[in-house]
Each structure stands twice: as structure tokens, then as C-alpha cells.
Design a protein around this ligand. Structure first.
Ligand code: ZN
Length: 372
């Protein structure tokens, strides 16, 4: 079925490249001891006859060591839960096989930042170990994985130092942060040392919601349909990005590279309301005075493609621009099996747009060609 489906896709520029398997040197031998590759197929994505290196900027990983470090601390329960969930899938050959089938060449992984309530000693220890593990992971499969740094954003100066070390000494590809710091907006001036360092290093800052019930959830998200995730996660990103725009963070740090998970949440769905509020309620929208219309900042924010359909992608392109989109899968949570075709099928995209979204922009922002 896979072969037939892939063959049928050939007119869209996709074909199977079963011979081009790249087996990592550390890969285990097949179960039968033959040493043969257990990887049946690797989807090879082409656009206009050109092989494209596809890059997923939104994937997850957790480390069991985090739970050990947090044992006996106030973080124990939260982190123990995190390392048992869907994100606890090991990074191994089987994971690579699934990426092969999906057509993902490089998967950029991060650890969800559930440590913002930790004291400085615990946060320092946890981040140091995590970033070492992330760096080792990226180094062990350099052509398949990249990793974002973790930082203790509740201590902004420390976070700036952790970021600098992670990028310069450990070779990590960017930095992942939550949608707030225990309810404090990322746009708070307190976090300016972190934003300044991220801008200086030109590090991609990936904003991912933390599902922290204390600050965002309400009983209206109970009931059928997983609304805490369906509505809650994009809402958290929406708040974070809206405040970064409206509090002037992008004016103070105009060269920031920020990527919002899940298509940037709801903000790109309804950005004009921010612009009109400035006309209808001017007194509420003048401190600070922004350099641009609020909606225009969406053209400098990056978002992932985790919106499920070509039509939703078409809208994101219309609002943000094709140059601002990068593949997001949420792997291994399981939101999408198919992340390439919706991009290839999005109406109105040129080949150059498709190449940029599939991996060109991410390779540049994550500096994939400079790290090896
Ligand atoms: Zn995610």
C-alpha cells in the first residue's frame, strides 16, 4: 500500500528512495542477526526534481535522568509524569524508521520546560544535565537530529548564560521556552537579558505551550474532546505571541527569531482585531507605541505547519508569508502521520516556497550546515 501510494504521489514530486538508506554506524543489527537493515523505506521528498532536505522544527524528547534529578524536590511529581508520557519514546532506530516513513530528514527536538518553578540550584543542575544529554543526542545522529537548548527562564541572567553555553560550547541549534514563566508573560521586561542574548546569538526561540492548568486552564476546558489541549495549547501560544508584539518586545529586539508552535496558535487566524483595537480603544493601545501595526509583526514571527490541512496552511502563508513557515509534527505525540503532502498540496505555493517550508528556512535558522 505504501509503495502504491508513494508511486501515485510521484506527480507531486515525491518518490521512494529505498536505496538511499543511510544507516547510522551505531544502529543495532537486525533481530535475526543478519545485520540487514530493518528500515524498509525512506521517503525522499523532491520539489521540481530537486531533493529537499526536510526539517521538522517541532518534536519532543524527555530524559529519565530529569526525573532522578528532581526526586525529592517540588518538581518530582511533574517531571515523573512527563517522563512517562507520550514524549518518552526513546530516540533509537525505530524512531528513525518512523521519521523515514514520514519523509522527515532532520528532527529538531526539545524538552517541554516544566521547571520554571524550580529554585536556582535545582534549575542549574537540571538544565546542565539536560543540555549535555541533548548535545550528545544531536551528536550521535548528526544528520537526523538537532536539539534545542533548555534554559531556566525564571532566572533570566542565568538563562542567557545557559543559552550562550548551549549554543557556543555544546552546539545546540536554538532554544525552547514555554508559553509563560509560571504565568508571567515572556514579554515581561524582566526577561530582556534572555531576549537580548537570543538576538545576539541569532538563536531560534521555539515557544511551546506547557499546559499549565494553574495559569490558563478553566473548567470550561473539561468534558469531551480534549479541549485543554485542543483549545488550551494554541491559546497559550496566542497569549505569548500577542504580548511579545503588543508590549514591544519585537521593537526592542527586532532581529529576534521566534517560532510559535501549532501554527502560532490562534493569532494568525484573527490578527486584524489587534489593529482595529488601536482605533476603537486608543487609550488602551498606546503604551508602548509600536513601530508597526500589530498584525505586521506576524510577518517576522515564524510558525510551524501543525495546522493539518492545505487550506489552513494557505491561510498561514497569506498572513505570515511562506518564508515564515517550517514543518512541525509534534513527534512522537502522534498528531500527524502525514506532514509533507499538505505542504505540497497547498494552493498558490511556488517551488521555492515549498522548498523553504519543507526545510530550507529551518536549515538556515537552525544553522544545520554549520554545526557538523
Ligand atoms: Zn509539541
Amino acid at each position: 500500500v505504501l509503495h502504491l501510494r508513494q508511486f501515485q504521489k510521484s506527480s507531486a514530486g515525491v518518490f521512494l528512495d529505498a536505496c538511499a538508506l543511510h544507516r547510522h554506524a551505531a544502529a543495532p543489527a537486525a533481530a535475526d542477526g543478519s545485520g540487514a537493515s530493518t528500515r524498509a523505506t525512506r521517503r525522499s521528498v523532491t520539489v521540481g526534481g530537486q531533493r529537499v532536505r526536510t526539517v521538522d522544527v517541532h518534536a519532543h524528547v524527555v530524559f529519565q535522568e530529569s526525573a532522578e534529578i528532581c526526586r525529592g524536590t517540588p518538581l518530582e511529581k511533574k517531571i515523573a509524569h512527563q517522563v512517562k508520557g507520550r514524549m518518552a519514546r526513546p530516540v533509537d532506530e525505530q524512531r528513525i524508521e518512523e521519521l523515514d516513513k514520514m519523509g522527515i530528514d532532520v528532527s529538531a527536538m526539545s524538552v517541554n520546560a516544566l521547571w520554571y518553578s524550580a529554585d536556582e540550584a535545582l534549575a542549574t543542575r537540571l538544565i546542565a544535565v539536560q543540555n549535555q544529554k541533548l548535545a550528545a543526542l544531536a551528536a550521535s545522529y548528526p544528520d537526523r537530529f538537532a536539539c534545542y537548548a533548555s534554559v531556566a527562564l525564571q532566572f533570566p541572567e542565568l538563562a542567557a548564560k545557559q543559552l550562550e553555553y548551549a549554543i557556543k560550547a555544546l552546539g545546540l541549534c536554538g532554544v525552547a521556552v514555554g508559553g509563560s514563566v509560571e504565568g508571567e508573560e515572556l514579554a515581561s521586561r524582566r526577561f530582556d537579558p534572555f531576549w537580548a542574548k537570543a538576538e545576539e546569538l541569532q538563536a531560534l526561540v521555539f515557544i511551546h505551550p506547557q499546559q499549565d492548568a494553574k495559569y490558563l486552564r478553566s473548567q470550561r476546558m473539561d468534558g469531551n474532546g480534549a479541549l485543554d489541549n485542543v483549545i488550551g495549547n494554541p491559546l497559550e501560544t496566542t497569549y505569548a505571541l500577542a504580548h511579545l508584539i503588543l508590549e514591544g518586545t519585537f521593537d526592542r529586539f527586532p532581529n529576534l527569531r521566534v517560532c510559535g508552535a501549532h501554527g502560532g496558535g490562534y493569532l494568525p487566524s484573527y490578527p486584524d482585531r489587534m489593529d482595529h483595537a488601536a482605533k476603537v480603544f486608543p487609550k488602551k493601545c498606546q503604551t508602548p507605541v509600536l513601530k508597526k501595526k500589530p498584525s505586521e509583526y506576524l510577518k517576522q514571527i515564524f510558525v510551524d505547519t501543525l495546522v493539518f490541512s492545505p487550506e489552513a496552511l494557505r491561510h498561514l502563508v497569506a498572513v505570515c508569508g511562506a518564508a515564515q513557515l517550517m514543518i512541525g509534527t509534534d513527534f512522537p505525540v502522534g498528531w500527524v502521520d502525514e506532514c509533507i503532502d499538505p505542504i505540497l498540496e497547498t494552493p498558490g505555493l511556488s517551488d521555492a516556497d515549498k522548498i523553504a517550508i519543507l526545510g530550507g528556512t529551518a536549515a538556515r535558522l537552525l544553522k544545520l550546515d554549520k554545526r557538523n
